[in-house]
Design a protein around this ligand. Structure first.
Ligand code: GDP
Length: 395
């Protein structure tokens, strides 16, 4: 499907930039338009793929291009004040050609954390297209203020978007790596997973269109109903086969040779095993999949390696695991790829211990900050004034 992506803040901008690079590399054509919004000039200058005229610096009169310093209340205020400038960039997007908006932001900082919910509310008021969020949760080692920012932004953003897709940095943290190279790898993982998912709904010219191909309406329907979503992914390398072999095994039906039948059993088994790996492996937001409201299974790869039986079995298995009867499935033919991948969108997840933990730590951080603020004045008074009050201020 075609998206208008808006990266808010540093993480948001970098990830949208990466989506553009992915689009150019794979020809997936999911980014119809890309905009970056920030209060920090340097962050906007660091982007590589987003066009210069689609980079919007907000809050100049308040923070002079230096960012909001992880203050997400200020981030929200500045976004509200300068929403006209963001709209100016969006006015340049042919919105009739996009299927949805996707606002991407790190929820632990200031600009994206505060600005993303403001922008979501604004877009929902103006456009009929769905507005989705891709929210990045901070690592638990980032500290209390980031956790508090994320918990407050998460709560606000869920209510403003049509669906909040979540990626948890904490679950993907690599030990012993520099923060930057760690983020590079994490950002690759993000665009790979969401790229396959959103790419599935985009039929390209010259692409074989089978009946079972996922359509963007299936992605939209899986996301509609709102709430929080997570994505599972698994892939396996395969040798490239002749395209005609794929077509042959699809259409030969009962006249299949033994060789073809074995092949088809292998294909089916590979698909079902990839579905299990994707659902039971690391999700973008780790959670219990039982209780998921809706799901979508996308099988990507050369057509010769995709079959309806495998996808149907995988879909049924997902129905059992999630307890939901609203599980869609289909394929995403990628005839020049050397892998078969399974991407699973679990939409409307509710049993997410990580969110509860985040909220708990956020409340502790909030209490601590309030306590220190309350005592701050009297502590300072005690420090600066002499015990017997013998000294006098100058004025
Ligand atoms: P902002 O510019 O004020 O919105 O804040 P940042 O985007 O710099 O940081 C917000 C949060 O996003 C941080 O606390 C990190 O958890 C996360 N973050 C920052 N940069 C990246 C990145 O490149 N990739 C990912 N996945 N997360 C990032």
């Amino acid at each position: 499907m075609k998206l208008a992506m808006i990266g808010f803040g540093q993480a948001g901008g970098k990830i949208v930039d990466k989506f553009l690079e992915y689009d150019q590399r794979t020809g997936s054509e999911i980014v119809r338009a890309a905009v970056a919004v920030n209060t920090a000039k340097a962050d906007l200058m660091g982007l590589e793929h987003i066009p210069q005229d689609q980079r919007v610096l907000i809050g100049q009169s308040r923070v002079k291009g230096h960012g909001v310093g992880a203050d997400n209340e200020l981030g929200a205020e500045v976004a509200e004040e300068d929403i006209g400038e963001v709209q100016g960039a969006i006015d340049g997007i042919p919105v009739h050609e996009v299927d949805a908006f996707l606002i991407v932001a790190g929820l632990g900082g200031g600009t994206g954390s505060g600005g993303a919910p403001v922008l979501a509310k604004h877009l929902k008021r103006i456009y009929t297209e769905p507005v989705y969020g891709l929210g990045i949760l901070p690592g638990s080692d980032e500290g209390g203020i980031y956790t508090l920012n994320a918990a407050r932004s998460f709560q606000t953003l869920v209510n403003e978007v049509d669906n909040l897709l979540v990626f948890d940095n904490d679950a993907w943290r690599q030990t012993g790596e520099s923060v930057q190279s760690g983020y590079d790898e994490i950002n690759e993982e993000i665009v790979k997973r969401f790229g396959i998912l959103f790419g599935a709904g985009e039929v390209r010219e010259g692409q074989e269109v089978a009946e079972s191909v996922v359509d963007s309406s299936e992605i939209i329907n899986t996301l509609s109903g709102g709430g929080v979503s997570t994505v599972g992914y698994a892939r396996e390398s395969v040798e490239r086969k002749q395209e005609s072999g794929g077509l042959l095994s699809r259409f030969t039906g009962s006249d299949e040779s033994i060789e073809d039948q074995l092949d088809s059993a292998n294909t089916t088994n590979r698909i079902t095993s990839l579905v299990r790996k994707a659902a039971l492996g690391r999700l973008t937001l780790p959670c219990e999949i039982d209780g998921t409201e809706r799901a979508l299974l996308v099988m990507a790869g050369p057509s010769a390696y995709l079959n309806r039986k495998g996808i149907e079995r995988g879909r049924k298995w997902l129905e059992e695991q999630t307890g939901s009867m609203e599980v869609r499935g289909g394929d995403y033919p990628l005839n020049s790829s050397d892998f078969v991948a399974s991407a699973i969108l679990l939409s409307g997840v509710t049993n997410v211990p990580r969110i509860k933990e985040l909220q708990q730590v956020a409340i502790e951080a909030q209490d601590n900050i309030n306590e220190i603020r309350e005592e701050s004045e009297s502590n300072l008074q005690n420090l600066v004034e002499d015990d017997e009050d013998e000294l006098e201020s100058l004025f």
